[in-house]
Design a protein around this ligand. Sequence first.
Ligand code: ADP
Length: 457
Amino acid sequence: MIYSIRWKLLVGFILIVVVAIGTVAFVANRSATGEFDRYITQDQALKYQRLSLMLSSYYEQTGSWEGAQELIDRISKTYQNRIVLTSDEGSVVADTAGDLMGNSSQAALNLKIATLGEADNPSGFLYLKDRKRSELEKIFLSSVNNSITFAAIISVLAAIFLTLIYSRRTLKPIKDITSAAERIEHGNLDQEVDVRSRDEVGKLASAFNSMAEELKKQERLRKNMVSDVAHELRSPLTKIHGYLKAIKEGTMETNEKAINSLYRNSRLLKRLVDDLHDLTMAEAGRLNLDKQPILLDDIVSRVVESINLRLEEENIELNTESNGEILLNVDPDRIHQVLLNLLENAIVHSPEGGTIQLDTELTDNQVEISISDEGEGIPKEDLPHVFDRFYRVDRSRSRTTGGTGLGLTISKELVEAHEGKVEVRSEKGEGSTFTVTLPYKEKGVADNLPRNRENSS
Ligand code: ADP
């Protein structure tokens, strides 16, 4: 409980109320006391003025202070203080308390409030003993204090009540998120919490929902990946196993057909494992790109060189159009791998005698390398998926061509690792164009002159 935010809020609010009420009480008490004292002082000054006038006229009428005690006893009820009257010589002639009568010592007398008669010929002096706070004052001040204490108690109770309600409402989403996170911890990934507000807690709730959704997606992808990999491996492995079993049991001879099939399937297995390795590394961001300045033309010539034989075999023409000496800062092997993959796909999908076009075009600070073929194209519904893992438009055809369904996925990852992108445009029956966009370092480095070069293979 004491570690909960609710408890901390409660303690915080109570402290605020106590400090606020304490300050108000202190200030109110001081100003009430001061005001009250001023009022009393003014009131008494008037009363003493009246008293001194009364006593002066008494002396004028009677010519002595005889009977003055009776007079001040009568009127003392209106005064809260002890009043002492002395003759012009200083001996006490009247005292509301009575014990200073006849006494001439003025030490016990505190405050001289009036000289009776004329200043140069006084008939007596009026003294006042220590002023004590009257009962009325005490009642007034204690009622002020009581009101403040009452307000403090009500405020603390209200603070407790409101904090409990407020914290319950505010912290409810956090409680929900905590419970949902605990359920995720126990493997139940299907969690979503209500987003009730647009404040920080609301943002936390929506961030949590996005995270839970992403976790679910990743878990789904992981499961799909395992089942996809198992599925992809099963086919070549089953064939290899079948052939070897038949040869072992003597139901089949080790002829060229069997060896070719074994070779083809083991090669597919190897490609699958290599591709999976590349893909895993790329997806985990552990590719360790060996970036270096290199001319795009150099990469293209290397790719063309390595694919020339296949182009000849398939009777396919490749046109490459360069757009000047473009200097890239890339890992040459990885970009070579991407372009090779796109060209191999273009060959596989080109009709016999078809032409493949490789163009480069410069935009603001990027270079676009596009590879277009005259193949069967990709149906519209398949286009968004061609970069997905193991996605094949025509499964049976892809198997016979030895495709793993990972080539485009890897290419996309490799290009993105170079802060580039790869896109496809295609229409059924109209061929396909794959475009790789990469940031480039410099143009015209070799001879500063854009050069158009046509290379037919
Ligand atoms: P694969 O190794 O099977 O070729 P890819 O990832 O390279 O796998 O390609 C995925 C799928 O995209 C292919 O199976 C094919 O159906 C389609 N595809 C790729 N390139 C082309 C192209 N140039 N023309 C038509 N379809 C293509």
